[in-house]
Design a binder for this molecule. Structure first.
Ligand code: SF4
Length: 665
């Protein structure tokens, strides 16, 4: 038996971007572990990806193109050739375009892979040429991106390695233990050197020994907590006026908003002890270096963009920049300065934009033109998008032609008319930029693709050629796209070279001497180089707080867990759906640990097993993000309870605006 070791990287939707060492025997993956190439990921990876071979060789793996032979959703398919599949798809899409116009076709994709080739390359050229509707990707990071772009121009944030130098670390709406595990060793190092660690989250994901203060804010109220901290400092005249004057603009509107939320009022809204906010505000004011890890939990509500902006304003009004281990970290995806136009030459495309969060509504309600063709790739909306029941009903429409390109038979793929087999990241060439760690990495196939799976750029090029289109985008090879991806990045000095990246596998952007240290070697990437504390992206009422109606007594959150990456791997890693309840909420409802419960609101009912813990705050329940339908006894998961309204900033999904009741089943 021949055994070899292959070096690649993980492109999944996770901030860490680990470098990987994959052992292969007779073209079969036998082990996936860390390599030391990415220095920040420190030689270990998550248990999710170490078991990724279970997906590669799963019995549910889609090996060949297939067409539906059963009812929509039944999951009965028959093998066909790629030739028949692409002819059928092109024929149907042409018919839809002729009958209803290109906008009756909706491409639908999200974070199944965060590589540069997997999305927005040939797919973009294909759907632009069709004149299809465009998609606003809003499931995650839309509100925070709007806030960070408007305020700091998406300046690169504090590197994880530098957290060990911080004296105060605030982890706000993030769970590094589930989806940013390589931050955890730096938190431990900082703690061992005496750092004070604060968590702001309705669910505590740390042991009480690991942190010093926990603010269990009620979902959707992060905005008022951050504003009250600013008001606290303002009233005591301890804002850093020198820094504000020199480096910011727009403070007046922020202060006016902050004064609406004195500490006691904010604490009442956030349902926490006012002394907690006071303690955090005092600590933050007195400590340096201080750093805030801003997660995406705080944006999943109607006030998400304003909340992100208010938290991003904290280091600005107190001047907490310029030292190693100070500032904030949100997404570092902009650090590579990718020019999207350099990736693919797509025709200009100015059709209507459809918010992906409202998929169910868009499929069920008559839009003009109605959606007749749906092409889903890198995404499993039945498991991950709000208003699950509407999505399922929409996908059952007989006059909807649905294509799904996937690795395994997901809840969504079961509704397809044509299913296409997609490669996993272990079977493809790709380039991945870390959005937490600072590294560009080159991926190459560890094994030849299983079955007849194809990478996205190849699949869309084939579809384009089948359409008879002559544009270079559809004749370019994967190698051409790799070269373009490398050239599209302006962050490297000297410019990145594909051959070198192929050999060395990893490159780190240059920030003039090591990691980015905001206000030392990187400044805001806004047009005037200043922090805009009242960016236009916050709309006509910046920092306006709009409370979610308490239609049911409990707030439902659906955070990431250590079991899945979005819905990827939930097929075997999350076999039984659960609802996490605070002990007093459980007693009040007669719920017992391990017992069955129904979680419900006006949108639906979800069956789940009860777990009881005081790590979740009273009045809030949690269900895991990304669960598949088979995990629940009635075939519905948390997204069935999530309304599809969107945040006023960025149009983001409002998962944490779900209000529910729980009762014994
Ligand atoms: S999911 Fe995250 S932690 Fe796991 S291997 Fe990928 S990058 Fe690393």
């Amino acid at each position: 038996m021949s055994t070899r070791r292959h070096f690649t990287a993980c492109p999944l939707d996770c901030p860490d971007s680990c470098s990987l060492a994959v052992d292969i025997s007779d073209n079969k993956i036998t082990r996936i572990a860390a390599s030391s190439l990415n220095p920040t990921t420190q030689g270990f990876i998550c248990s999710k990806v170490s078991r990724f071979a279970n997906r590669v060789y799963a019995k549910e793996r889609i090996l060949y193109p297939m067409k539906r032979v059963g009812e929509k959703g039944e999951g009965k398919f028959k093998r066909i050739t790629w030739e028949e599949a692409v002819q059928t798809i092109c024929g149907e899409l042409r018919k839809i375009k002729e009958g209803w116009g290109g906008e009756a076709i909706l491409p639908y994709s999200y974070g199944g892979s965060n590589g540069l080739l997997a999305q927005d390359t040939v797919d973009l050229a294909f759907f632009a040429k069709l004149g299809a509707s465009r998609l606003a990707r809003t499931l995650c990071a839309a509100p925070t991106t709007e806030a960070a772009l408007g305020m700091y121009g998406k300046m690169p944030g504090t590197a994880f390695e530098d957290y060990e130098h911080a004296k105060l670390i605030v982890i706000w709406g993030a769970n590094p233990k589930a989806s940013n595990i390589h931050l955890v060793p730096y938190l431990k190092k900082a703690k061992s050197k005496g750092a004070y660690i604060v968590v702001v989250d309705p669910k505590l994901n740390f042991s009480r020994k690991e942190i010093d203060l926990h603010l269990p804010v009620y979902p959707g109220t992060d905005l008022v907590v951050a504003l009250s901290m600013i008001d606290f400092w303002y009233q005591r005249k301890i804002l850093n006026s020198k820094f504000i004057k020199r480096y910011t603009k727009g403070i007046e509107v922020l202060l006016e908003a902050a004064q609406q939320f004195p500490l006691a009022k904010a604490a009442r809204i956030a349902r926490i002890d006012p002394r907690m906010i006071e303690k955090l505000a005092k600590r933050y004011a007195l400590t340096k270096p201080a750093v805030i890890r801003i997660g995406w939990g705080l944006e999943r509500n109607r006030n998400g963009g304003q909340a992100a902006a208010a938290i991003l304003a904290l280091p600005a009004v107190m001047g907490k920049f310029g030292l190693v281990g100070s500032g904030y970290t949100l997404s570092n995806s902009s650090a590579y300065r990718v020019d999207p136009h350099a990736l693919v030459a797509a025709p200009s495309w100015n059709t209507r934009i459809i918010n992906m969060t409202r998929l169910g509504r868009v499929l069920l309600e008559e839009s003009d033109p109605p959606i007749r063709g749906l092409f889903i790739y890198n995404c499993n909306p039945v498991a991950t998008v709000p208003n699950q029941k509407a999505i399922i009903e929409g996908l059952q429409r007989q006059n909807l032609f649905t294509v799904v390109s996937e690795q395994v038979m997901t809840d969504t793929a079961k509704f397809a008319d044509i299913v296409l087999p997609a490669v996993t990241f272990l079977e493809q060439h790709e380039i991945k930029n870390g959005y937490g760690t600072y590294a560009t990495q080159y991926l190459s196939p560890a094994i030849i693709p299983v079955g007849e799976a194809k990478p996205n750029e190849e699949m869309f090029a084939l579809l384009g050629r089948t359409m008879g289109w002559q544009e270079p985008a559809f004749r370019a090879t994967t190698g051409d796209y790799l070269a373009r991806a490398v050239k599209s990045m302006a962050a490297f000095e000297p410019p990145l070279d594909l051959n070198r990246l192929r050999n060395e596998k990893i490159a780190v952007p240059d920030f003039k001497g090591g990691n980015p240290i905001p206000f030392k070697n990187v400044m805001p990437w806004t047009p005037d180089g200043k922090i805009n504390l009242t960016p236009e992206s916050l709309g006509d009422w910046p920092y306006h707080f709009s409370p979610q109606k308490q239609t049911y007594p409990l707030a439902l959150i659906s955070p990431a867990t250590e079991k899945t990456i979005n819905s990827t791997l939930a097929e075997f890693n999350l076999p039984a759906l659960y609802v996490l309840v605070h002990p007093s909420d459980a007693v009040h409802r007669g719920l017992e640990a391990g017992g069955e419960a129904l979680v419900y609101n006006d949108l639906g009912v979800v069956a789940a097993t009860v777990r009881i813990s005081d790590k979740i705050r009273q009045g809030v329940v949690a269900m895991p993000k990304g669960a598949w339908r088979k995990s629940s006894q009635n075939g519905y998961t948390s997204t069935a309870l999530v309304p599809d309204h969107v945040s006023s900033v960025g149009g983001g999904a409002c998962f944490n605006d779900a209000r529910v009741e729980v009762e014994r089943a």
